[in-house]
Design a protein around this ligand. Structure first.
Ligand code: FAD
Length: 408
């Protein structure tokens, strides 16, 4: 992605909507506002680092799936597929938009036990009732379709190759940002460091260099791993979002597979897929405890490749025993410790403060639907297309978790 050069000073003193964070989520909200014919207000996006170097956005593995266990997450994923396919069709000549827009080699959950197969079968019923193409397949069918897998320990697999696989998430952000700016959205390079709240409303925002922005209507927190810090500027200290370390490795092997490798979720939790035609991507949580980390700490604190990844991938695909790492990075999930689902909507007491945070590893694909939802809240005061109230802030305040089993 070409880093844009934004000014540090906004053109106006007052904005109808100020979005804090200009990566995937903030940009989706800006795009959906700027293309809503019923919206006529001004929008300012404040982004502290337009290169997005240390954002979750930059670290994303760019995958999308409909194999979730809750209706709301399945519907959100279906809008992502439609959105991405639509911009591919309409704007296919844009350099940032690949064709085809979704590389639909699918997701394949592998089960090594009867209880997990039962869970997969239950989830598959929900998914197919909503139009997803998921099938639970036997070890024999896994072997037939993907002969390179070691399958002797497998009980079943859950596979969907319809609108599941990977997409160009950064290209989507680049394209949405370009279009939003053309439509009048203003982006600045600056950091929101203070808020003045009166009568349960955010009145002004303070920027790092001392400038003040007056808020006419709404402020949106789309600050990713810094979301809790941004919430605290308004005195909100109960947002359960923290940074959690996740490793990604790109690797090549002596003999690449003769076909695409679906995003395969091994029973161990390690997940891997085709990256280009000749190499592969694997992602995993830490080997040690999965704990909160400093938002600026991107160090490899352990050799997850040697200790965890290589033994698991070379057992599942014996040909991968020759795997060599060619690239790797540490990224941070914006992890919702309460229920690992996004928080989308107004704060329960400061109702001009909207949240679109806590995606816990799914934000690249959830940004289109959640950005559209926030735009609808701004314009209409309610969700109009897809009711996202299951993801409300209120559930946190009231202690009602939305359980999503299918978290990777
Ligand atoms: C390793 C890894 C793999 C992933 N793989 C996938 C995947 O395959 N599929 C998927 O759907 N999702 C995936 N995700 C999740 C996805 O990347 C994130 O959920 C998504 O990018 C979140 O976008 P965001 O815009 O909300 O947050 P971020 O990308 O973190 O952006 C937040 C932005 O806010 C800015 N900001 C913060 N505070 C301030 C402030 N005070 N003032 C101004 N600006 C501020 C930051 O600079 C940052 O650019 C993955 C994440 C990781 C880490």
């Amino acid at each position: 992605m070409t880093p844009p050069s934004f000014p540090t000073t906004p053109r106006q003193k007052h904005y109808d909507v100020v979005i804090i964070g200009g990566a995937t989520t903030g940009t989706s909200i800006a795009w959906h506002l700027s293309t809503n014919p019923d919206f006529h207000g001004s929008v300012l996006v404040v982004e502290r680092d337009p290169t997005l170097q240390h954002s979750a956005t930059k670290a994303s593995n760019n995958c999308m799936r409909q194999q979730f266990a809750t209706k709301i997450n399945i519907k959100i994923a279906q809008y992502a597929a439609d959105f991405v396919k639509q911009f591919g069709e309409r704007f296919g000549s844009e350099p940032c938009v690949p064709n085809p827009p979704i590389r639909d080699f699918g997701y394949l959950y592998l089960s090594d036990s009867e209880p997990f197969t039962k869970i997969l079968a239950k989830d598959q019923q929900l998914q197919t009732s909503l139009g997803a193409g998921t099938r639970v397949i036997s070890p024999a069918e896994i072997k037939e379709r993907y002969p390179f897998f070691y399958a002797d320990d497998l009980h079943s697999g859950s596979l969907n190759t319809q609108d599941e696989g990977c997409f160009h998430a950064l290209g989507m952000v680049e394209w949405m940002r370009k279009t939003a700016i053309e439509n009048g959205v203003e982006y600045i390079r600056n950091e929101v460091v203070g808020m003045a709240v009166a009568h349960d409303q955010i009145q002004t925002l303070e920027l790092l260099d001392g400038q003040t922005i007056h808020v006419v209507d709404k402020v949106v927190n789309a600050a990713g791993t810094r979301a809790a810090k941004v919430a605290s500027l308004a005195g909100i200290d109960d947002l359960p979002v923290e940074a959690r370390r996740r490793y990604t490795y790109i690797f090549s092997v002596d003999d690449p597979l003769p076909q695409d490798l679906p995003l395969t979720i091994d029973p161990s939790g390690v997940h891997f897929r085709s990256y280009t035609d000749r190499d592969y991507l694997v992602g995993c949580p830490p080997v040690g405890p999965d704990v909160a980390v400093d938002v600026d700490d991107f160090s490899f604190i352990e050799d997850a490749w040697k200790e965890k990844v290589l033994p698991i991938i070379s057992r599942r695909i014996p040909g991968f025993s020759t795997a060599r790492v060619t690239d790797s990075w540490v990224g941070h999930y914006e992890f919702n410790t309460f229920d690992q689902n996004a928080v989308v909507g107004a704060h329960s007491s400061i109702d001009n403060f909207l949240f679109c945070v806590g995606f816990s590893g799914h934000g690249s694909q959830q940004a289109p639907a959640c950005g559209r939802g926030i735009a609808e809240l701004v314009v209409y005061g309610e969700f109009r297309t897809l009711n996202l109230s299951a993801l409300s802030y209120t559930r946190i305040v009231e202690g009602r978790p939305l359980t999503e089993r299918a978290v990777i």
